[in-house]
Design a protein around this ligand. Sequence first.
Ligand code: SG7
Ligand code: ZN
Length: 258
Amino acid sequence: QSQFSCDHPCNGPEKWNHANSNCEGKQQSPINIVTRKTLKDERLTPFKFDNYQQIFRGTIKNNGHSVQVGVPHLSTVSGGGLPTSYKAVQFHLHWGNNGGPGSEHTIDGEQYPMELHIVHMKHHYIDLTTALSDPEGVAVLGFFYEKSNRANRKYEPIINALRSIKNANGNTSLLPVSLAQLIPAEQNLTSYYRYKGSLTTPGCTEAVVWTLFESPIPLSMEQLRAFSELKFHDGNSMVETFRPVQPLNGRQVFRSGG
Ligand code: SG7
Ligand code: ZN
């Protein structure tokens, strides 16, 4: 499956359908979640996070269309109505222009300033390519951000690294971080939405069990703005790195109820 051949905006979302026929599928992501149309599902119980506290020394990379951090495949997630356990592979972010609207998913039409995607694959797969051939092979945990008056100190390793990776293909090592420190406390993760969708970039593969948590992560305006200092491959400011919302095409969105 073809990955990005170019960046926003020179080969943006409106061109993807021509680049890859998957991107015109009927189960695409992201979506707008209309909360009054969600269905409460008792099977959507709390998640079990294993080794999310594991501290690791990751490499943060400007891959020309986002910033991405590979994580050791030691952190796993299960429960939460998932069919099996999934291991974390990488995380990356989608953001706006200097703290403006930037999330991929929207809730009742509200677009948050940024969205974190922790990409997982079923525990028995060896790589994402293999996992993407299974319609439930990938689970992405999505988290929204909100503007706060105070800097979020837990994000300092990420924010401080950005200045070293302004240009495409730049990478640098992160100070030690854990996945747990980047997301809300576990007791605040029991309210979430669930639906079946796709990767939000080409090849747009429809192999993703999506979870969007209600509880947002606070960042200061200055922290949010730091992401807009990055550059795309073409040297333009890396801003508005989100795909617009896609049609639901009759899919049901569920909400946790366990
Ligand atoms: C970004 O989003 C990258 C991709 C990711 C894609 O373009 O982080 O990561 C890699 C390894 O290329 O694709 C397969 C995958 O994780 C789509 O991810 S997303 O649907 O969570 N936004
Ligand atoms: Zn993403």
